[in-house]
Design a protein around this ligand. Structure first.
Ligand SMILES: Cc1cc2nc3c(=O)[nH]c(=O)nc-3n(C[C@H](O)[C@H](O)[C@H](O)COP(=O)(O)OP(=O)(O)OC[C@H]3O[C@@H](n4cnc5c(N)ncnc54)[C@H](O)[C@@H]3O)c2cc1C
Length: 323
């Protein structure tokens, strides 16, 4: 099956979720695949894609693509599709990917296997597994004919880097005049330089059990102890209470994360929260109620008051890391 992967970048830096999609495509194809990237000043980023499984990269590099627009980035994807004639297109299921994929699929009369956690090729069928009912069940979905489009859940598939891989062939896309109707005029980062929960390898989240915004320092201290790949997360209850900004919210109406380690501190484990973190590889729950539903999904459960426990855990993590 011939794959084309849409690569998302921000400020010229490629999103990890796109590298995961690219590696997945190369694994499924059994060799290098093609990719397409849109943006401004992205030439260097495009060359890096060879290390993650791209043999050819279509590049749309122009001023009016500096920020995302469905028509602009979708135009680049469409142009690459027409040149490459792939059987399948993969797009990371980020906020951008979730906006881009349905429009692209509709335009090409294709179905979308959305937010897949597993993807395989069976003959000429592309078969995916995706969470349904807020993560309570998994559905197997397939695209049997025509163009197959799938969006891949971030942090589920490994991004495999091969430093010795050849640089990909670069082909510039000429998109002509773009009719961009809705344009992002700017992006304001609300969290300073903090790592976004969706990009983190370790997420430490706080829920209503932290009692109030004054509870954050001990949770943040555990994030710090975990190191530079860790990020802070939160349940909706604490976001709704105004204890922290919505960008930290994990769950059905927040962000979907799938880190190597998810530490839930004072979070009950409502189904809507599990929808956002249930695919984490290892889940540690700290809750003083032994019957809290979070323990049903936890790999390790700690029945404890988080206020004395979390600082001790942070101390132990630092001690292990300094060994
Ligand atoms: C349509 C819809 C969408 C939703 N989307 C989301 C979403 O995206 N994300 C989300 O998180 N929720 C979402 N919710 C809300 C969800 O149903 C829960 O209300 C919410 O997740 C509860 O947050 P919590 O676990 O922090 O609070 P609670 O349910 O109040 O749990 C607090 C937990 O802390 C424990 N605790 C208390 N004190 C301590 C202590 N000292 N030490 C240790 N443990 C302690 C308690 O035992 C309890 O289990 C949604 C709800 C709806 C209806």
């Amino acid at each position: 099956m011939k794959f084309l992967v849409f690569i998302e970048q921000r400020d010229g830096k490629i999103r990890k979720a796109s590298l995961e999609a690219l590696s997945l495509a190369a694994r499924l194809a059994g060799g290098p695949v093609s990719a397409v990237i849109a943006g401004k000043a992205i030439g260097e980023a495009a060359k890096e894609l060879g290390k993650f499984g791209a043999a050819k990269v279509y590049v749309a590099d122009r001023d009016d693509l500096a920020l995302y627009s469905n028509r602009g980035y979708g135009g680049a994807l469409q142009a690459a599709r027409e040149k490459e004639s792939p059987d399948a297109v993969l797009i990371a299921a980020t906020s951008m990917g979730k906006d881009l994929a349905p429009r692209f699929a509709a335009k090409n009369d294709a179905g979308v296997l959305a937010d897949v956690m597993d993807l395989r090729v069976e003959g000429d069928r592309l078969v995916g597994v995706r969470p349904v009912y807020s993560g309570k069940a998994r559905a197997t979905v397939e695209a049997a004919s025509g163009l197959r489009v799938a969006t891949t859940r971030p942090n589920v598939f490994p991004a495999e880097k091969n430093d010795g891989a050849a640089e990909p062939a670069i082909e510039a896309l000429d998109l002509g005049a773009l009719e961009i109707r809705a344009r992002v005029t700017g992006i304001t980062a609300s969290g300073g330089k903090e790592l976004d929960v969706t990009e983190a390898d370790v997420v430490v989240s706080g829920g209503r059990g932290i009692k109030g915004p004054e509870g954050w320092p001990i949770i943040r201290d555990l994030v710090d102890a975990m190191g530079s790949g860790a990020a802070l997360g939160a349940s909706r209850a604490v976001v709704d209470a105004g204890w922290i900004d919505h960008q930290y919210q994990v769950g059905q109406t927040g962000k979907v994360v799938s880190p190597t380690l998810y530490v839930a501190c004072g979070i009950s484990g409502a189904i809507q929260h599990l929808a956002g973190m249930g695919t984490s590889k290892v889940i540690v729950a700290i809750n003083k109620d032994a019957d809290a539903p979070i323990f049903k999904v936890a790999t390790y459960g700690v029945v404890a008051d988080l206020f004395p426990f979390v600082p001790e855990l942070a101390k132990a993590v630092r001690a292990i890391k300094s060994e």
